[in-house]
Design a protein around this ligand. Structure first.
Ligand code: PXL
Length: 273
């Protein structure tokens, strides 16, 4: 399940998550937290869903279909975060429970448009990080969450330690915004004891809209398929490298990563009776 917001441009948020789930061979359910009005250039409207409706979507699915893994994306505000934390407790979701939880602490779009009320950062730290199996911040989110400006690998290690202190089982500090790596993109995984660097190629493209969402959704898919968190993170890295490699332009702004790079164009196949 993805607990996240919509993007009318179809690049990020729930649309990216559901494409990723499909590409990774799992059935996707969703709890909508907010409707955003946006295109490839920017966000012009954010409309949160009532917190009790967010919680009801989670409980409805958990009580019937069941949940093998959950990821969160744009949660919009403190009230929704509190409702999600309660719904996780009520439905066995979170580290050490039946259903693993991936927290992608979405705070802003890649244009810098705010997707989270200021008052909600503390709710992320205190309500969701302690419940998380894996948290997947990028460097902008690291700065907002713990006030550390990461410029180099040493800073990435330092941030991972501080973030782990907030309670998640695994921290993945993504290195996509680290400019010292000019031809590689190195994400750092930390479980409180061991650091693992996951390196991949860096592509010269502005079309990375929805990249963080897709990676977190792929990690959740790996967990749903029964992988351990380190295996699921490696699966997510392998997936997102190809999604960025196959990203495409759309509109006048930033195009999306290609969550369905796995897809075979079946319509070109000969038709059999
Ligand atoms: O990529 C982060 C993100 C998540 N969710 C929604 C978004 C965005 C970025 O624009 O719009 C709904």
């Amino acid at each position: 399940m993805t607990i996240a917001g919509t993007d009318s441009g179809g690049g990020a948020g729930i649309a990216a998550d559901l494409r990723t789930f499909a590409a990774c061979g799992v059935h996707g359910c969703l709890a909508v937290c907010a409707v955003t009005v946006q295109n490839s250039v920017g966000v012009t409207g954010v409309h949160p869903i009532p917190p009790e409706t967010v919680a009801a979507q989670i409980t409805s699915v958990a009580s019937d279909i069941g949940l093998d893994a959950v990821k969160t994306g744009m949660l919009a505000g403190a009230e929704i975060i509190a409702a999600v934390a309660d719904a996780c407790d009520a439905n066995g979701i979170g580290a050490g429970r039946a259903t693993p939880l991936v927290i992608d602490p979405v705070a802003a779009s890649m244009h810098g448009d705010q997707l989270l009320a200021d008052s909600a950062l503390d709710s992320f730290r205190t309500l969701l990080f302690p419940r998380a199996t894996v948290v997947t911040p990028n460097l902008d989110e690291v700065r907002l969450l713990i006030g550390i400006d990461v410029h180099d690998r040493a800073g990435q290690y330092e941030a991972a330690k501080v973030l782990h202190g907030l309670g998640p089982r695994f921290v993945l500090v993504k290195g996509g915004h680290l400019r010292e790596d000019t031809d590689r993109c190195v994400d750092l995984l930390y479980d409180g004891r061991t650091f693992t660097e996951l390196a991949g190629p860096r592509f010269d493209t502005g079309n990375t809209h929805g990249g963080g969402d897709s990676m977190a959704a792929a990690i959740a898919s790996g967990l749903a398929r029964g992988m351990s968190p380190p295996e699921a993170v490696a699966f997510g890295k392998r997936y997102i490298v190809e999604a960025v490699r196959h990203s495409y332009p759309l509109g006048a702004g930033h195009g999306p990563v290609s969550s369905l790079w796995t897809h075979r164009p079946w319509w070109s196949d000969p038709v059999s009776a």
